[in-house]
Design a protein around this ligand. Structure first.
Ligand SMILES: [Zn+2]
Length: 440
């Protein structure tokens, strides 16, 4: 930079100006991108929790606008610059982005003002995210000693024990929306001396050593909010449109309020409305009886689950009995009469049930260990898993540990029961062949 230039901030005088002609005072590169310093600008450089404006300069998009050492840097979304010092240029503001920022930022002022005025809550943190905004409200005694939480005006006595609960948040939301719908004037007051700023009914005392900009919502003698702020604000509270609180949670001794304002709150309403509509169709319900129908459906699901559990236990019991009978015949040297899910591989009994999960199959095999002469293998085709059971004479764990890896299987267990999982279905039968040969 050749010389210091102080850019005139057009957005302070006219927050609605969307196009503006200016002159380039300086052009240089920073981090590989061209930066322009202008004589005057409509681009707010960000601050006070509000992100910067974007837009175009002579149809070249901006990637960032920020303030450093009292100078506003306009960073171009380009690696070369078509611009030179002294050139006249036309700036075009991304108004949709600016208005979104103004609605949300001003919504935060209004809601913080309500928490301060009605509950003595101090806003200790503000975050503007893409899905929602948050404010962290502290109910400690206010710095100016005007109010403490013993003197809360809220009619709900629960405030003293619970702090900001959902009911109180909803009341704050109603009051904030009333301020919006009352179409209150929003004015900006600039003070060269911060002492003078304290003549306004500030929510927090100004402690700046330079120029102070104070935003006042409503009248000086009955302000909806009044606080030092360098952001961009609409001229009327009605432009905020809507404030919706989404959630309240305790956070580091404070209360974190999740909310949004303006078009974003409306978009959230649309999204949730569509979800409720879909649920109504799915449950053949209206919004009035939707919860009732969902509860009835939950009850039905619970009953079906209980019935299914009873049936499953009954099937497991009968499969234990059926398998036990075959194992008994094998032990006596009789024809085991294998059919259906049962087959013999040498003198190993193999069972295949494709309708059960591995855990249930384990519950069939485990109680049978004493009856097993050599080895019982249960195949869980669903999970490409083999379950091995024995009376301990064949070490099931060792069988898996020493051989499963040959077919890329993994597993483990103990002497009387183990399992092995294989990557491919074909490996299951190959491993049964191998186990039979190995134990012959
Ligand atoms: Zn502000």
């Amino acid at each position: 930079m050749e010389q210091k230039t102080i850019t005139q901030k057009i957005f302070l005088d006219d927050v609605y100006k969307k196009e503006h002609s200016s002159v380039i005072k300086d052009v240089f590169f920073e981090d590989g991108y061209p930066v322009l310093i202008l004589g005057s600008t409509i681009f707010f450089p960000g601050g006070g929790g509000q992100s910067c404006d974007l837009g175009e300069i002579e149809n070249v998009p901006l990637r960032d606008v920020f303030e450093k050492d009292n100078e506003i840097f306009h960073v171009l979304e380009k690696t070369e610059t078509p611009f030179s010092r002294g050139q006249s240029i036309l700036c075009r503001l991304d108004w949709a982005r600016r208005f979104d920022n103004m609605q949300r930022h001003c919504g935060e002022h209004i809601l913080s003002g309500v928490f301060s005025r009605e509950y003595g809550g101090v806003n200790r943190g503000f975050h503007m995210g893409s899905d929602y905004m948050t404010i962290d409200i502290s109910l400690e005694e206010k710095d100016n000693g005007k109010e403490s939480d013993d003197e809360i005006k809220d009619p709900n006595s629960s405030m003293k024990t619970d702090g900001i609960n959902w009911e109180i948040a909803m009341r704050a939301q109603d009051l904030a929306n009333e301020i919006i719908w009352q179409n209150k004037d929003i004015s900006i007051h600039l003070f060269a001396d911060p002492e003078n700023a304290n003549s306004l009914p500030l929510r927090k005392p100004a402690d700046f050593d330079e120029d102070v900009s104070v935003v006042l919502i409503g009248e000086k003698d009955d302000p909806s909010d009044c606080v030092a702020c360098c952001g961009t604000h609409p001229h009327s509270s009605s432009e905020v449109g809507l404030i919706k609180i989404y959630k309240v949670e305790k956070y580091k001794g404070m209360f974190r309020i999740y909310f949004d304002a303006g078009a974003r709150a409306m978009a959230d309403y649309n999204k949730k409305h569509n979800i409720v509509n879909d649920l109504c169709i799915r449950h053949s319900a209206g919004t009035e009886d939707l919860m009732e129908k969902i509860s009835a459906s939950d009850t039905r699901v619970r009953l079906i689950r209980d019935e299914l559990n009873t049936l499953r236990h009954s099937v497991i019991t009968s499969r234990i009995e059926e398998t036990g009978n075959i194992l008994d015949r094998l032990a006596k040297g009789e024809d085991p009469l294998c059919k259906g899910p049962f087959s013999l591989k040498g003198d190993i009994l193999v069972c295949r049930w494709n309708d059960m999960k591995t855990d249930d199959l384990l519950n069939i095999g485990r109680p049978l260990s004493e009856k097993i002469k050599k080895l019982l293998i249960i195949v869980s085709k669903k999970d490409n898993t083999l379950l091995f059971f024995s009376d301990g004479n064949v070490d099931c764990s060792k069988l898996v540990r020493e051989n499963a890896g040959i077919y890329n299987g993994k597993g483990g267990g103990n002497a009387t029961s183990s399992r092995a999982i294989f990557p491919k279905e074909d490996d299951i039968d190959l491993f049964i062949d191998l186990a039979e040969k190995h134990l012959r």
